[in-house]
Design a protein around this ligand. Structure first.
Ligand code: GDP
Ligand code: MG
Length: 266
């Protein structure tokens, strides 16, 4: 889980004791508080990181809101850490940190705690599509809901991933519905939220790795956060780094932990 040094309300925490590298420069302090924070967990992404970040940054500049992009890395064995740090050097809006072992949920959680914007978008480096940002931020800014989930399953969605991965999404969400009473259609992938409305939910999450995103959505649902699902088009820039079938045992183990965390510990 996130280091105890994490301070969810502090705008710019000090590097944490487990080796997190804030990638923060003095001039970044002088920037206006962003209205939008984009949190992107990254792991072994040296091939697409630079192009994805520069392209996303250009699109966010054109969008017009003050923003920051937080690259939440852990466990990479390629050049991702150095590349993320150099992007943080090059662009004042980009920050990066590293937290040791590979762990998607831990990186995402810490990234959310470090976010300073009124709104947060949780993205993935192989997706980064502004169409979701525009539609989700429109819903949030008009105060229609506090958490927007990009669903790959909802009517109108277009999931361009291989069929077997779409089927796995359907199965996984079916499992969450049966075991945990989940009412929505998707928990993984793109999300946007009003930061202050969801921070307590993120603090309460107990399970990390792949299942963190599901715990966050299910806890938000159970906690009465106003949620809206919108259909998304998912076109990945590359196949996932870890084979779907290799992920299954860990995901099942973590769903078990999630069941205990939500049904037993509450
Ligand atoms: N920090 C961190 N990011 C990860 C980890 N595993 C995957 N990611 C990132 O999570 C996002 C989605 O990963 P991907 O491999 O495309 O899996 P998918 O969600 O099944 O499509 C990408 O931005 C990855 O770089 C991890 O262990 N740690
Ligand atoms: Mg992917």
């Amino acid at each position: 889980m996130t280091s105890p040094e994490s301070s969810p309300d502090a705008p710019a925490p000090a590097p944490s004791a487990d080796g997190a590298d804030e990638g923060r420069r003095p001039e970044a302090e002088a920037l206006p508080h962003p209205r939008l924070s984009v949190v992107i967990p990254i792991y072994n992404e040296e091939k697409i990181l630079e192009a994805a970040v520069t392209d996303l940054r250009d699109q966010l500049v054109a969008f017009g809101w003050p923003f920051e992009i937080i690259l939440a890395e852990n466990g990479s064995r390629d050049g991702t850490v150095a590349l993320a740090a150099s992007l943080a050097e090059r662009f004042p809006e980009v920050r990066s940190f590293s937290l040791g072992e590979p762990n998607y949920g831990k990186a995402m959680r810490e990234g959310i705690f470090r976010a300073r914007g009124e709104f947060v978008v949780c993205d993935e480096i192989d997706i980064c599509q502004m169409d979701f940002y525009r539609r989700a931020l429109d819903v949030l800014a008009s105060d229609e809901s506090d958490l927007v989930i990009g669903s790959k399953v909802l009517q109108g969605a277009s999931d361009e991933r291989p069929m077997v991965r779409h089927a796995a999404t359907l199965l996984f969400n079916g499992l969450l519905r049966v075991s945990l009473g989940f009412k929505g259609t998707d928990t993984h992938g793109l999300k946007a939220f009003r930061r202050t409305a969801v921070l307590d939910v993120v603090r309460a999450c107990l399970v990390d790795k792949d299942v963190f995103a599901s715990e966050m959505v299910i806890r938000a649902e159970r906690g009465g956060v106003r949620i809206r699902e919108i259909p998304v088009r998912i076109h990945e820039k590359r196949p996932p780094s870890i084979n779907l079938f290799k992920r299954v045992p860990n995901v099942l183990k973590n769903v078990g932990k999630l069941f205990v965390a939500i049904r037993v510990r509450g």
